[in-house]
Design a protein around this ligand. Sequence first.
Ligand code: TNX
Length: 490
Amino acid sequence: FLAFLTACGSEPPPKPAEVPALSELPLIPLPASITDGEGDAYYETYTGQVMPSSDAIIGDAQRYLYSRLPDLVLPLQFDVRSDLAEGAYRINFRDGNIEVSAGTRDGMLNAVKTLEQVLHFSGADAGAVYISEGTISDEARFPYRGFMLDVARHFFEVEEVKAVIDRIAPYKINHLHLHLSDDQGWRIEIKSWPKLTEIGGKSEVGGTPGGFYTQEQYSDIVAYAAARGITIVPEIDMPGHTNAALSAYPILNEDGKATEPYTGTRVGFSTLDTDQDSVYVFIDDVVREIGALTPGPYFHLGGDESDATDHEDYVKFVNEVQKIIKRNGKQPMGWDEVATAALDPGTVVQLWAHPDYALKAKAAGNPVLMSPATRAYLDMQYDSTSRIGLHWAAYIEVDSAYLWDPANLAEGLTDSDIMGVEAPLWGETIQNLEDIDYLTFPRLLALAEVGWTPQERRDWDDFRRRLRAHQTWLKDQGIGTYDTRVLQEE
Ligand code: TNX
């Protein structure tokens, strides 16, 4: 598929003294392999309309690229090649042509995300560009690179969630985990249990008005994310972290009485009544309704910090809820405590605090998702002067977010046991997009590279060089990234 051939006639602008080699461009995450060629080529870019391909593998990548760079027309050729693995891609810059190859839709999307950075850092925004010849051959270290947004502690509107999707997609984050319920709020319409949002959706931390997504709005988020290569992972946290549901439906409580709405930030005080049949009917309804709106494979059941649930009850509950999720056609995920129950085949264990539970998951043959609070929690402060954020796990400066290896967290765990990396942004101290930006950027770029780039290719000094360029780019886009001191130091 040939998008357009180069324009003729006009004189190229003077060639810069040095056209950077492909391997010198500040790409994040760093591709697995970059081979520099000999020469370079001039590309003229100008406004024009290009019809996206109707091909299922190519069309979305083209639409994504044109949405990011509406003024760009280039001699681009897209080839579907079945010898490239899921998510993998290759870009050849050769003889004045740019050939983009991948075997899957995700691979094409990954390719154009890299291409956008190549063009930007080669000066394409100014209307014309010299790019060195060479080849980028790339493939993720882990299939799952995630970001989690807690919309329960403070609610975020659909437009804010879409802005988050726009910000994370360029860094090849391919899962957005939405923490849709907690003690302080229930954020998604469930038609068979309307009071969840009528009552449970009203509150949030601090007593300000909460909110919720209608099913239509949730579907809109799902589609917006999918077009950008991102799968939504819905979470309903249970049996603890459930005060919002318990305030809406007395029947879910052990004492049969509705609780008061909660707007503080304590954890571990609420529990569903795990002995009651109607509680499991409730869960089945919730999983079925959300599952029907969610094309992605996962349903996250939470399962963390259930301190108000007897352990025996917790185990019975998690065992049962895994079955409900599977009956509804989804693959269960849970915070690492779920490994204290009997794991069903396929249930994903998300490590946040307990490496031992990750090892239990491995022993049972279950996949592990890495979100160590000391490295990957975006709600942790950078240092003691950070204007928002918590620090119960650690202060996490950008170097600390970068300098770890997911395969070194628990003795005996190797890459093949690990599904990927996810960076959770808990919402106790954040209220708007500015707050999200401050805690997420630039740290998410470090975590994106941890999840994508082969460990032996990762180097802190080189990352810092590349991150400086992205820090400027983020600011140019109006993204309120944190001015970290680690980029100012020599
Ligand atoms: C622990 S991490 C929690 C969340 C809090 C977070 C704050 C986890 C699975 N549970 O409920 O929001 O700490 O950092």
